[in-house]
Design a protein around this ligand. Sequence first.
Ligand code: ZN
Length: 255
Amino acid sequence: MAKEERDRAKEKAKEMIKKYFSVCPLCGQDLIEGRCNNYHDLSLIDIDDILASQNSETSSKDSVVLSQLITDQGAIIAQLKVGLRRKKRSFEQGTVFLVTDDEIEGQRWLGDPFESVKFEDLGQVLTEDQLAAKEIERAKIRYQESLKYAQRQVEEGVWRLGSFVKSKNPKTGEEQWELTTQSKGLVIKYVVNRWSRQPTAPNLKYYFQIGKSLVDTKSFKLFLVDLQEPFPEDKLEESLTSTNKVKQEQVEELV
Ligand SMILES: [Zn+2]
C-alpha cells in the first residue's frame, strides 16, 4: 500500500515536471532533458532581487532558482535554475537547467505522497516594461553621476554653466549658439564649437568647457566652447522614447 502510494506520487511528480518545465522561460524554446543551453542575456532577470529573496546560506551563488514546484507539504520536487558563472559545466553562465532530488536547494521532496502541487514562478523574468523601467533607472543614475561631476568642475572653475542663444556667424553666416557676457567694458563671447553637441533651446542651461581662444583683445574676447554632460534635455522625467527622439534630431542636425 505505502509503496503503491509512493509509486503513484512519483508518477504524478514526473507528470507535473513535464507540465510545468517544458519551455525555457528566458527564450521560449523547448527544454531538452530539462535544459536550455542557449546563453541567455542575464539582464533579462533581476539577479540581485532573486538572490535577496532566496536564502543566501543555502543558495549557491553559481546559480539562482527561476521557478520551482512544491508539494502541498512544502517539499520541493524540482527547480529550474539559471547558471551565473562558468565554474562548472552544469552552471555555465546564462544556461537554464532543471534540478531534482539532492541537487535541490532547500527542503527537497523525498517521495512522500501529496495531494497537490504549487508552481512558484519567482517572477524574475522581466517583462519589456520592467526592462524599460530598469533602463530608465540606470539612465537616471548615470545622469545624477555626471551632474555631480559637472557641478564639481564648475566649482573648481574648469567648466561653466550658462544658456546660449541662436545667432549667426558674422563671417560665414552659419548658424551658431553663443553666450555673451559684459562687464567693465569687457565683452566675452562664448561660441559653441560646431563639432560639439549643440544646445536645443535658449532657456536651457548647459555645462561647457572653454576651448580655443579666437579673439583676445582688451575689450573683446571670443572663445570656442564644448558642451559637456549632463545635457538638460537628457534629464529623464519623461519616457526614454522622448530622449531618443532628441538624440535623433541631434544626429539629423549634425548631418
Ligand atoms: Zn532558453
